[in-house]
Design a protein. Structure first.
Ligand SMILES: Cc1cc2nc3c(=O)[nH]c(=O)nc-3n(C[C@H](O)[C@H](O)[C@H](O)COP(=O)(O)OP(=O)(O)OC[C@H]3O[C@@H](n4cnc5c(N)ncnc54)[C@H](O)[C@@H]3O)c2cc1C
Length: 412
């Protein structure tokens, strides 16, 4: 059995710690702020196992440019951050080239196929089985053109085993009477679920780990120490070093800096997303709804109806621009009339996004004692429990359930 040091107590790090602990390993968690509000606290709560389409610019024409010109549009790049984004952006352009797109979609689908059973198992163990709602998700379209434009994407998903079916406008009204009657097409994605509240999962996971003997060290990690082949260390900003036999780096959008300390290169950008949660409108929808042409989603969480989306590239330090949350809410009012604003809460989170939409799961190029688990982008909640299982397999020296080659840090 190992002593495993996990850096990062977001949903991914906590899930890795949970899986390692269940396999009998001793666990130490390192985070600069265990209760801090990171991506894992305020996300949309979707278990989006159908999402196997890589982010790509292929076939989009001038659309991204038009989005960039709209100051509160779905895509934004802060000019001061643009030069830093260049290597990531060039790698993004390669996603659509040759057979890359299909290969990445296959890898995402293989990982996503594990996710619902693994996530359900984790919730069962935490006593949170009732927090998961398996009612699918609806993707809705206002125009024939929008629906037609997405047909190739739906086919791509079908080829990878995703189950979905078209829903008539009458059926849509019955399924979601809270939606304005403006939608011409709707697709029910059976392979999708949502949870009550992402923050609650994170809080309960942390508590269970503590009860089961995990050690918690509050420290800002500044680097990894692999000088001693028998053990590995995490250096803190305050000079302390936390030692273990194995280290798991699960620090979300901040992970690349730590990997760099042992000369592992990873391209991970903070893709900032925004939302607003409306406690008084929680029962407006029955399931997550994806507004395809407008690029936002609404999820009926137990804490309120959460409306959000957007992709803003501004680095890790720039202050949030909550005008984006407000713009998304304004847009949502067209489709969800009479929303209740009382107690509305705005939020921003840093998605840890790789240019090929695949997380980094696997060992360092320079030490078998350092494992990576970061870069889950839009799907960190969805893929959390499965990432934990895969990392635990690697800790145990077992063959993981899927081929991890596409997820290796060596691909950068
Ligand atoms: C608007 C929005 C909606 C989303 N919706 C969904 C969804 O519906 N479904 C889904 O699956 N995913 C969704 N996501 C994505 C998901 O939230 C993320 O992929 C996931 O939370 C990433 O988890 P993480 O544990 O890797 O990172 P984080 O939650 O960011 O956690 C990283 C942790 O590492 C710590 N840390 C970082 N650096 C250091 C350091 N140097 N020293 C010590 N500690 C450190 C931080 O304090 C933090 O606690 C959404 C994201 C956003 C922003």
């Amino acid at each position: 059995m190992h002593h495993v040091v996990v850096v990062g107590a977001g949903i991914v790090g906590l899930s890795c710690a949970w899986a390692a602990q269940r396999r009998g390993h001793a666990v130490t968690l390192v985070d600069r702020d265990f209760e801090g509000d990171r991506a894992s606290h305020g996300n949309a709560g979707g278990i989006a196992v159908a999402e196997c389409i890589p982010l790509s610019l292929a076939g989009m024409g001038l659309k991204p440019l038009r989005w960039l010109l709209d100051p509160l549009g779905p895509l934004a790049i802060r000019p001061s951050h643009a030069p830093h984004l260049l290597p990531w952006f060039l790698a993004l352009r390669r996603v659509g080239a040759g057979a890359n797109y299909a290969r990445i979609g296959d890898a995402l689908a293989a990982l996503n196929r594990l996710c619902l059973p693994d996530f359900t198992g984790m919730l069962d163990d935490l006593g949170l089985a009732g927090d998961l709602h398996r009612r699918g998700a609806l993707t809705v379209y206002e125009s024939d053109a929008g629906y037609e434009a997405d047909k190739a994407s739906w086919q791509f998903k079908r080829e990878r085993g995703v189950r979905f079916h078209d829903v008539s406008t009458e059926a849509l009204r019955e399924l979601e009477p809270g939606l304005a009657p403006v939608f011409k097409h709707a697709v029910m994605v059976e392979d999708w679920a949502h949870i009550n509240d992402p923050k609650r999962i994170v809080d309960v996971l942390r508590e269970r780990l503590r009860e089961r003997g995990a050690r918690f060290v509050r420290a800002e990690a500044s680097g990894i120490d692999i000088g001693d082949p028998a053990r590995v260390g995490i250096r803190g900003n305050d000079g302390q070093v936390v030692h273990g036999d194995k280290v798991v780096i699960a620090a979300g959008a901040w992970s690349a800096r730590l990997a760099r300390s042992i000369a592992d290169r990873a391209l991970v950008e903070s893709e900032r997303g925004y939302n607003t949660t409306l406690p008084g409108s929680a029962s407006r929808l029955n399931r997550e709804v994806i507004f395809a042409e407008r690029m936002f989603v609404a999820t009926p969480l137990s804490v309120g109806l959460r409306i959000g989306g957007a992709a803003e590239f501004a680095g890790l330090e720039a202050p949030a621009n909550y005008k984006r949350s407000a713009a998304l809410l304004k847009l949502a009012r067209r489709y969800l009339p009479d929303l209740d604003d009382e107690g509305a809460k705005q939020w921003m989170g840093n998605r840890p996004t790789t240019p090929d939409s695949l997380p980094v799961i696997g060992p360092s190029r320079h030490s078998p004692n350092v494992l990576y688990a970061f870069g889950h982008g839009h799907l960190g909640l969805t893929q959390s429990a499965s990432t934990g299982h895969l990392v635990a397999d690697l800790l145990d020296g077992k063959q993981p359930g899927i081929d991890l080659t596409p997820f290796s840090i060596a691909r950068f």
